[in-house]
Design a protein around this ligand. Sequence first.
Ligand SMILES: [Cu+2]
Length: 355
Amino acid sequence: MDERVNQLRFTRRQFIRTAGVVGAGAGLTAACATLTTPTPAAEEAAVTTDTMGMEVAPVAQAEPDYKTIDALHKAKVDTFLGNIGKDDVFWGKELPFTMDGNTKVFELTAKNVDWDAGGGQMIKNAYTYNGIIPGPIIRVTEGDNLRVNVKNEMKVSTTIHWHGVLAPNKVDGVGYVTQEPIIPDSTYTYEFTVKNPGSHMYHSHHDAAEQVTKGMMAAFIIEPKDKSKDPAYDKEYIMVLNDTGIGLTINGKGFPYTQPLTAKLGQKLRIRYMNEGLLIHPMHLHGIPQLVFSKDGYNLASPYMVDTLNIAPGERYDVIVDCNEPGLWAYHCHILTHAESAKGMFGMVTVLVIE
Ligand SMILES: [Cu+2]
């Protein structure tokens, strides 16, 4: 731990003590404490979440040591570049299925694993589907019949909600509202037909602030029967955003352990954003605008261009990026305390590489 960080920590403790004396400040301090649930991977997030309140002042007052700050920034970028291509799960794994008559049968296992949110920042007993965060992608086609068997190998109960998917009430997945929770060592089966195409999600709906933010979240893609309703694209990426239990992450990892999006000059990318966190995340791509054509799986009558797209918890957006400028384009959440600190970039940051 370098001296500067220690100094910041000390200044922060001093601030909190001072704020605690003042009535109004005490409330703020309590709010900060709630926001900064201390998980290992959220360490930097904790420091920066405080920045929303007061961390800025100590940073400005500290003697800036540009060589140290620059070296820390460079080290992060070097690590990112050195890690490219070394995480084959980052952009998602599709869940295989078997056929039973005309029904697609999927198998999910809810289990606790220790999850590496990047660089060995282990999240002990993260909640997962099939051991990965996000869980495996379920990809089906409009009109398909589905059966999903969920085996619970955890020590706590769970349920699955099919977020955005129009399905009968009995499979809605809310404990004690539409079903009994899936208790440890039991298996539960959901069966339904998918009707509405688009980018959806599945996640726990039982102790969800804990289970979802610590990993029980995944993409549920329903391809339209008639693909001509969507714009044309060459390649697809899914970004599942999260910010709490496993820290500020894209697809379960924080920068520099995120992976880049890659494209050849002239290719069009489809990016599916999904926010499974508890905070908003305005996702900003440098250099190239994003054409927003779908919200929550519903294609827009009038698609529109943005360079920054704000994604609230539970929301999904689909955009097209026309990769017409070569280079390494930074791509990050523009709440800067979700992306960069004196220790360099971290959290919700990646890069679009166009060659
Ligand atoms: Cu953010």
